[in-house]
Design a protein around this ligand. Structure first.
Ligand code: ADP
Ligand code: MG
Length: 238
């Protein structure tokens, strides 16, 4: 059924009036963009992978290991949602180090990792500030650095740019692209934006009513939508 994805999903989840049922394999280091209308199950899918929800049937497998029975904190999954919440009483550096302290990284390695991420996100001058002293875009960069710090084997981004204005979206998109390439972390990113999907993703997956409609290279999916609904959703005129 799967051709050797590093992440293998076979999931079913039922809510009143909604049913998610899909199989998907994601390759090592791949960035997969998840597209779909509101209510199509994008966030539900990410929560099932993160362990914030349990499936009714099926599994989440990573390199052959079944993660389904593991609680979220043991899955080594990083996530970043639109309403990211930084710890207001901690500095930027302490926010980034948070997961490393929890995972008991030795002090030296912790410092080196925080320094590396501060530099990559161009946050070094802000290291000792509190989140509320930063702009929205800078805060979102801190949240991204914090999610990546413990070297998660999977990164889940749920509309990470959604709450930002156009200029900040473009800025964060630049950081996101650079960071995902540098870290090589397997990523699922929910987006509504075609430009984002093209810039970030190796493949796009289109979700409708809890089902996968089409999965492919961005240029394929946009150039050859599978049916009329897909074409309309992607913004084709006819
Ligand atoms: P999307 O992120 O694509 O907008 P969601 O995954 O948030 O969609 O939601 C998919 C469907 O599942 C919606 O109909 C939503 O109302 C429903 N749903 C999501 N979470 C729950 C929940 N905890 N309990 C009941 N229904 C839910
Ligand atoms: Mg959602």
């Amino acid at each position: 059924m799967f051709n050797g994805g590093v992440l293998e999903l076979a999931l079913e989840k039922h809510f009143p009036g909604f049913r998610l049922a899909l199989d998907l394999a994601v390759q090592e280091g791949e960035v997969l963009a998840l597209l779909g209308p509101s209510g199509s199950g994008k966030s539900t899918l990410l929560k099932l992978i993160a362990g914030l929800l349990s499936p009714d049937r099926g599994f989440v497998r990573f390199r052959g290991q079944d993660l389904t029975p593991l609680p979220p904190e043991r899955r080594r999954v990083g996530f970043l949602f639109q309403d990211y919440a930084l710890f207001p009483h901690l500095t930027v550096a302490e926010n980034i180090a948070f997961g490393l302290v929890e995972a008991r990284w030795p002090g030296k390695e912790r410092e080196a990792r925080v320094k590396e991420l501060l530099e990559r996100m161009e946050l070094t001058p802000h290291a000792q500030k509190r989140p509320q002293e930063l702009s929205g875009g800078e805060q979102q960069r801190v949240a991204l650095a914090r999610a990546l710090a413990p070297r998660p084997r999977l990164l889940l981004l749920d509309e990470p740019l959604g709450a930002l204005d156009l200029r900040l979206r473009e800025e964060l998109l630049f950081f996101l692209r650079r960071t995902l390439r540098a870290e090589g972390v397997t990523t699922l990113v929910v987006t509504h934006d075609q430009g984002e999907a093209f810039l970030l993703a190796h493949r796009v997956a289109l979700l409708r009513q809890g089902r996968l409609v089409q999965v492919g290279l961005p240029e394929e999916v946009y150039a050859r939508p599978k049916d009329l609904w897909t074409a309309r959703f992607l913004g084709h005129k006819n």
